[in-house]
Design a binder for this molecule. Structure first.
Ligand code: CTP
Ligand code: MG
Length: 223
């Protein structure tokens, strides 16, 4: 049993629109429908959990899941303050899942092929993240904004979603993280597994088109 977790509980602070970016109109539907559609159509996916903020739960149930007949969506649950809180709530809503594929609602250009690659790698390695080799050289800056080091470009990947995991593995990794006193900036799920030391996260190819809609400039991609 493989469950897709679609994360749509963010506030979209960097986008700055009144309507959170995952509900902005794209092809005459709220943006989140694009990801839901690909997950609905994917043969890898048996069920979907949609995570949104408390005030959008009933809107998502009636105006998205029912209206557009996303029959694989078994639950719409409220997310939390941080992305990992939203993921944690979703994990609690799919106790029967063997594998979970976690995907940002703000990445509308995901494809069935990308989902397949992520799911296959998770089944083989336990943990996988989709990404692409970086075209740019990446530098690590010090706190004053000076270049501190330059990782070898051929080994730098920029990371996307979906990120796919054995559910028991991801639950254990989250439990270990929650026991830590100091929480650092957790920006994806793979980091949680890496920090746990429980498994190595396999990097698999997504696509350069599978971008995240983050700032107003990215809205151009939706037209
Ligand atoms: N997300 C979530 N729960 C949170 C934070 C984020 O479900 N507490 C989701 C967002 O809805 C988005 C995805 O995680 O689909 C990626 O997050 P990001 O692009 O950072 O979206 P926001 O957090 O909404 O935007 P910002 O950081 O600019 O406020
Ligand atoms: Mg955010």
């Amino acid at each position: 049993m493989t469950t897709g977790i679609i994360l749509a509980a963010g506030k979209g602070t960097r986008m700055g629109t009144d309507t959170p970016k995952q509900f902005l109109s794209y092809r005459n539907r709220p943006l989140v429908c694009a990801s839901l559609h690909v997950f609905q159509e994917s043969p890898e996916i048996d069920a979907i959990v949609l995570v949104t903020s408390e005030e959008y739960v009933s809107y998502c149930r009636t105006e998205i899941v029912e209206r557009y007949a996303f029959s694989k969506v078994k639950k719409v649950v409220a997310g939390g303050k941080e992305r990992y809180d939203s993921v944690w709530n979703a994990l609690g809503a799919c106790p029967d899942a063997d594998y979970v594929l976690i995907h940002d609602a703000a990445r509308p250009f995901v494809t069935e092929e990308i989902i397949r690659r992520a799911a296959e790698a998770a089944k083989r390695y336990g943990a996988a993240a989709v990404g692409m080799p970086s075209k740019d050289t990446v530098k690590i800056a010090d706190s004053e904004g000076f270049a501190e080091s330059t990782p070898q470009r051929s080994r730098v990947w920029t990371i996307q979603t979906p990120q796919a995991f054995s559910r028991p593995l991801l639950v254990s990794a989250n439990e270990l993280l929650m026991r830590r006193e100091q929480m650092y900036d957790v920006t994806d799920d793979a980091m949680i597994v890496e920090a746990s030391g429980l498994a190595k996260v396999k990097l698999v190819e997504g696509s350069y088109e599978n971008v995240k809609i983050t700032t107003p400039e990215d809205l151009k991609r939706l037209s």
